[in-house]
Design a protein around this ligand. Structure first.
Ligand code: AMP
Length: 396
């Protein structure tokens, strides 16, 4: 990687602004329901305080649309972070995020102190990468660290604008994310297998196009498989279809053949009468979907075939569930894929989002080489795009 990392600076007594991804899910009572993103930020924060930095943390939370809103306050994050670190955190609760009062708080910090700023999206300029807000944030620190992988595909003031005014580095989390994913894409151990599922072909086109040049096998599943079936002339009943992507699916099938890449579609499916858990369902072959039914999961034969391919792979990347895994009757395929990745001895990578939620739910996350913390950001990496939040960091 050609970007500066934490090891490239001396931090003693320096004010270091760190962009984290504390965009955690909360229930109606503002209790944090999953703190994995907070835990993922700890290595960088600990490294900096151990080196006597003054650490100023910033993050967005939810979509407050450029206005202060107590529902989206980072106060619960400050409390949880303080518990996890076993250390007091000063929460600089200010509706303007940066103000004279916040500047004073930062000026009064001692080495090893931590201040958390209020939700950066309380300011309208945040999502517009506004110059004034970027300067306001930069005025608080002497160095900037991006450790928010989940927002690296966005160019906002707190992760891109701010870097214009300060020397910068990527934090440990971002470094890990881009190194593991980057190595897999550039020099994978083979066989290299990608599993792509989820609802829409349109969301995954860029990923398929980029991966087709790199992988040995692409396993297609989830709702998007039916657009591919359609391209092959199969009857898909009431299954999910993107009519305007049928031609493209055809081209991708041809391209895979040209490149000697195995593009494998499910050979059987669990089809259901209605889009709900408690409905009539059965397993049928790929060319036998009844007119009045819809495919909601992969079938047993496909599970066996996909699992064998995954277990024998040396590098696996998975993005998107194999079926409607939110419903118990149609979750089997997704959990079987999670298990196959857990059983695989090679490098296994999960590109965030729903597939990450599935391995967490199955209790298999610690058996996976890397579960990305950023769905959108990891998709863009898989598409071969440069992420603005990383491009902006000082070169080595
Ligand atoms: P994505 O955000 O594109 O990764 O899609 C995830 C969503 O796809 C999940 O909410 C799944 O329920 C949904 N999904 C997966 N398979 C199917 C299917 N066969 N039919 C309809 N939706 C599906």
């Amino acid at each position: 990687m050609n970007k500066k990392t934490l090891e490239n600076y001396d931090y003693s007594g320096k004010k270091v602004l760190v962009r984290c991804d504390f965009n955690v899910p909360m229930d109606d009572n503002l209790n944090i329901t999953d703190d994995i993103r907070i835990k993922s930020s700890l290595p960088t924060i600990n490294y900096l305080i151990e080196r006597s930095a003054k650490v100023i943390l910033m993050s967005h939370l939810g979509r407050p649309k450029g206005e202060a809103n107590s529902k989206y306050s980072l106060e619960p994050v400050a409390r949880r972070l303080s518990e996890l670190l076993g250390k007091e955190i000063v929460f600089a609760d200010d509706e303007n995020v940066v103000s004279e009062r916040v500047k004073e708080t930062v000026d009064n910090m001692s080495a090893g102190d931590i201040v958390l700023l209020q939700n950066t999206r309380f300011r309208k300029e945040e999502e517009k990468n506004g110059e004034n807000f970027s300067k306001d944030l930069a005025s608080l620190g002497q160095l900037y660290v991006n450790d928010a992988f989940g927002t690296s595909h966005r160019a906002h003031a707190s992760n891109v604008g701010v870097a214009t005014y300060l020397p910068s580095a990527v934090g440990f989390l971002v470094e890990k994310e881009i190194t593991i994913m980057g190595d897999a894409l550039e020099a994978p151990d083979r066989p290299f297998v990608a599993i792509l599922g989820g609802a829409k072909v349109s969301d995954k086109i860029g990923v398929i196009e980029n991966l087709i040049d790199k992988v040995d096998t692409i396993l297609i599943c989830g709702g998007m498989a039916y657009t591919f079936y359609k391209a092959l002339g199969h009857n898909i009943g009431k299954s999910l279809l993107e009519e305007d992507k049928v031609e493209l699916a055809k081209q991708l099938i041809d391209k895979a053949e040209e490149k000697n890449v195995k593009l494998i579609l499910p050979q059987d499916n669990v089809v259901a009468k209605e889009f709900k858990n408690d409905t009539e369902f059965k397993t049928v072959g790929s060319d036998s979907i009844p007119d009045d039914m819809q495919g909601l999961d992969i079938g047993e034969k496909t599970i066996k075939q996909f699992s064998d391919i995954i277990k024998d792979a040396k590098t696996v990347i998975w993005n998107g569930p194999a079926g409607v895994f939110e419903m118990d009757n149609f979750a089997k395929g997704t959990f079987a894929i999670a298990q196959a990745l857990a059983d695989c001895k090679g490098t296994t990578i999960i590109g965030g989002g729903d597939s990450a939620a599935a391995v967490e739910k199955a209790g298999l996350a610690d058996k996976i080489t890397h579960v990305s913390t950023g769905g959108g950001a990891s998709l863009e990496l898989l598409e071969g795009k440069e992420l603005p939040g990383i491009a902006t960091i000082s070169d080595k």
